[in-house]
Design a protein around this ligand. Structure first.
Ligand SMILES: [Zn+2]
Length: 120
């Protein structure tokens, strides 16, 4: 891959990483022990009320946060892995077959781990 193309994707990945971290920060707490591990915060709607209905809403909201946190966290890990690969000069190679991933695919999804053929 051309150096300029790689630099562009590196910038894109770094921007996405910052964006994801900011979003995660808004509803989750970053673990100080495990790298790239976040824990969704329990929402608290009950301002004086505390009815059963409020509690049900909280549980539902917490469930949504957990799901979102999981998705964003795994995305963040992929981005980090891609950035590491750029540093090591191994970026753009399929993790399964080792062949280069198409440039067009990386332009759309720079943290792709597999080529189109290997991606199920
Ligand atoms: Zn492959």
């Amino acid at each position: 891959m051309q150096k300029t193309a790689m630099k562009k994707l590196e910038k894109k990945l770094t921007e996405q990483k910052t964006k994801l971290e900011n979003q995660l920060n808004s509803f989750a707490v970053k673990s100080e022990i495990v790298e790239n591990d976040w824990n969704a915060k329990m929402p608290s709607f009950d301002q004086g009320g505390g009815s059963l209905e409020d509690e049900a809403d909280e549980v539902e909201e917490f469930g949504m946060r957990l799901a979102l946190e999981g998705t964003m966290e795994s995305e963040l890990k992929k981005i980090d892995a891609a950035l590491q690969k750029i540093k090591k000069g191994k970026y753009g190679l399929c993790e399964k077959c080792g062949k280069p991933i198409a440039q067009g695919r990386l332009d759309v999804y720079p943290q792709a781990e597999f080529c189109a053929k290997c991606q199920v």
